[in-house]
Design a protein around this ligand. Structure first.
Ligand SMILES: NC(=O)c1ccc[n+]([C@@H]2O[C@H](COP(=O)([O-])OP(=O)(O)OC[C@H]3O[C@@H](n4cnc5c(N)ncnc54)[C@H](O)[C@@H]3O)[C@@H](O)[C@H]2O)c1
Length: 372
């Protein structure tokens, strides 16, 4: 199969859909890896790295789309890219179709088969192609929070780990899922005094068993949250209610009870944010102040560490990409129901119910699509 990887063109996107390592694996499996000139530069991969891996460099996105049987990307195809998709072509990338009728329309009109990273599942009920980005954002949160706490950035002037004789920063993480657990691990590793809050008792039991010595955990009642937030130097928002807007767990009124210069890092900002005063920011201008409290609310945090993010995403997508290339999408999806869950569009038909429901469009079952 010819697997094509164009340069990402969405603003501020520095990741790339295929690493040189993934290209080498594809070539070892007997496929051709076609990489657009300069596609990997944002993530620190040169054309020479790809050539050494056995890939072929093509000058333009037009050539990639015209020649490839499967397109592997990071972000959803932009309007100009959607015009280049064709009937029978396979697209494997993040799509997030439910809030995006224009993209959905164009993908249906193209006749392509589109498998969305974000709806591929795993045996434990998780989302294996979303998890790596949550791991990255979670581990990044204490790092950017620590920077926000520095005096020159408007923060309290507190060092995460303190020093002998001086107490460390108090960090509260709301939500103990993938983001929250990784955030708590790193904050604790930096020497902070960390407490994680969650509403799921099984999750709290897990956190207690595995990390009981590294950080504390507490059930997330409104009272416990208010008390911990009042004493915190840094609060990391990491809740998720699947398919819903994030609940507002820290109100504006609560800010006046907090320590001046404390930092709020709202990782859940991509779902609307879990602090009332959160509004999405960018890497170019990441922090702002409300009532003396510093807010960091970047909606695409993994973009700050494009190389790590690309490698983490590449590790997760590789087995699926190889399976799609080795067997063709039909056989690969027939053999793996979790990959079939990723199928969103096939030959002008939607195959993912939640997207159809959100957009008021007809849907056919993915198993029917396999036969068509
Ligand atoms: N900003 C970014 O760049 C970025 C990157 C990756 C993920 N995210 C976002 O981070 C958020 C968390 O993602 P995740 O992968 O960790 O999700 P997850 O499902 O693994 O974890 C969410 C946790 O929140 C808990 N929770 C739900 N409601 C709660 C409440 N009221 N109080 C306390 N805990 C509550 C759940 O029990 C669960 O353990 C999501 O909104 C995700 O989209 C943002």
């Amino acid at each position: 199969m010819k697997i094509g990887c164009p340069t990402e063109i969405k603003p501020q996107e520095f990741r790339v859909g295929m690493t040189p390592d993934a290209a080498r694996e594809a070539v070892n499996h007997g496929h051709q890896a076609l990489i657009q000139k300069g596609a990997g530069l944002g993530a620190g991969f040169t054309d020479e790295d790809y050539i050494a891996a056995g890939a072929m460099i093509l000058d333009t996105a037009e050539e990639i789309f015209a020649n490839a049987d499967m397109i592997v990307k990071v972000k959803e195809p932009q309007a100009v890219e959607r015009k280049m998709l064709r009937e029978g072509q396979l697209l494997f990338t993040y799509l997030h179709l439910a809030p995006d009728p224009a993209q959905t329309h164009d993908l249906l009109a193209s006749g392509c088969t589109a498998i969305a990273y974000e709806t591929v599942t795993d045996a434990s009920g998780g989302l294996p192609l979303l998890a790596p980005m949550s791991e990255v954002a979670g581990r990044l949160a204490p790092q950017v929070g620590a920077w926000t706490l520095q005096k020159a950035n408007g923060g309290r002037g507190i060092l995460m780990g303190g020093v002998p004789g001086v107490a460390p920063a108090r960090v509260v993480v709301i939500g103990g899922g993938v983001v929250g657990t990784h955030a708590a691990k790193i904050a604790a590793g930096m020497g902070a005094d960390v407490t994680i809050l969650d509403r799921s008792l099984p999750r709290l039991k897990y956190l207690d068993d595995v990390f009981g010595r590294d950080f504390k955990n507490q059930y997330a009642t409104a009272g416990a949250t208010a008390e911990l937030v009042r004493e915190a130097d840094m609060v990391i928002g990491a809740v998720l209610i699947p398919g819903a807007e994030a609940p507002k767990l820290v109100s504006r009124a609560m800010l006046s009870d907090m320590k001046p210069g404390a930092a709020l890092v709202d990782v859940a900002i991509d779902q609307g944010g879990c602090f009332e005063t959160s509004r999405a920011t960018t890497h170019a201008d990441p922090i702002y102040e409300v009532d003396g409290i510093m807010h960091y609310c970047v909606a695409n945090m993994p973009g700050a560490v494009a190389r790590t993010s690309t490698q983490a995403l590449g590790n997760a997508t590789l087995p699926f990409m190889l399976s799609l290339a080795d067997k063709g999408w039909r056989q690969a999806c027939e053999d793996d129901p979790h990959l079939l869950n990723g199928l969103n569009v096939h030959a002008g038909k939607l195959t993912y119910y939640a997207v159809g429901k959100a957009l008021g469009l007809d849907v056919i079952s993915p198993t029917l699509a396999l036969k068509s």
